[in-house]
Design a protein around this ligand. Structure first.
Ligand SMILES: [Zn+2]
Length: 289
């Protein structure tokens, strides 16, 4: 499916594209742009929050004003309640290399936070929002779409002749829509905690660090997100199977190497709480003594 762009500005007010310029005294921060459509929908679904889907182009002064608007600290903070997406087919913004978590990554100079490739590729997701039908549809820019957690269009805020769409209006409408959708909405800070728990679970499970794996699975099990609760439950089931497997090993060791057998029982008793394997290991130890 191919889409065309209709620039909403009159040619007279179009100016060449370029890097966003800092305004004196204005904090220049980076919105948390999603790296890909799949990541955006995944995060929004787990958090049960709306996606703010910004569709830009280059060349219009009005759009540049919108870029400046969303890169203010006030927007960056408030928009964390949602997932943010930027769509721009152009990649000529220039890039800079920054270090994130010890790794050098490329960042678009106009939007920050992502490389130009990300906002160019995001264009392909337009058809997935259900907002446009048929081939060669024309899309007016700029627009900001408020999408539901699953990525479907709920409200389109059009530029109406190329006017700036204030980010404060977008945030207000998105919040009202989200309240109507109902359910619990996960804050960004909580999302970071949950993401850390998911990473911790994976690392600890692979390393056989049962105590940390157990803590991570229990954290996920208590999440407000059903998806994460299921992940936590699955983790606990795996831990339960692993605990039973180690109990058998400890039992076998008792006859060949009693000290090692006791050591393993002790480990299971300490690291598999509150699973039944922990209780059984403690009982086995008590019976030996
Ligand atoms: Zn760019």
């Amino acid at each position: 499916m191919r889409f065309g762009l209709m620039a909403a500005c009159a040619m007279a007010i179009c100016v060449p594209s370029g890097t966003a310029q800092d305004k004196k005294g204005q904090e220049k921060e980076t919105p948390l742009w999603a790296e890909s459509w799949e990541e955006a929908v995944k995060e929004a679904t787990i958090r049960n929050v709306c996606i703010l889907y910004h569709i830009h182009g280059d060349g219009a002064q009005k759009i540049q004003e919108m870029v400046d608007d969303v890169r203010k600290g006030s927007y960056v903070q408030a928009s964390k309640a949602f997932v943010n997406v930027i769509v721009n087919q152009n990649n000529g913004h220039g890039e800079e290399t920054v270090t994130v978590d010890g790794q050098e990554v490329r960042r678009c100079k106009r939007y920050g936070g992502i490389p130009c490739d990300s906002h160019v590729k995001m264009w392909e997701s337009i058809s997935k929002t259900g907002a446009v039908q048929g081939d060669n549809a024309q899309i007016m820019i700029p627009q900001v779409w408020i999408l539901g957690p699953g990525g479907s269009l709920i409200e389109a805020k059009n530029s109406n002749g190329g006017n700036v769409i204030p980010s404060s209006d977008v945030l207000k409408d998105a919040m009202q829509i989200m309240q109507k959708l109902g359910g619990e909405h996960m804050s960004y800070d909580k999302w970071l905690q949950m993401s850390a728990a998911r990473g911790e679970w994976k690392r600890a499970w692979e390393k056989g660090d049962w105590k940390k794996a157990m803590a991570a699975a229990l954290t996920l099990k208590k999440s407000s997100s059903k998806i994460l609760r299921i992940e936590g439950e699955q983790g606990l089931n795996k831990m339960s199977d692993k605990g039973d497997e180690l109990l058998s090993q400890a039992h076998s060791l008792l006859s060949s190497n009693p000290e090692e057998g006791k050591k393993l029982y002790k480990k299971i008793a300490e690291e598999f709480k509150p699973l039944s394997a922990s209780r059984k290991a403690a009982e086995a130890l008590a019976a030996i003594k």
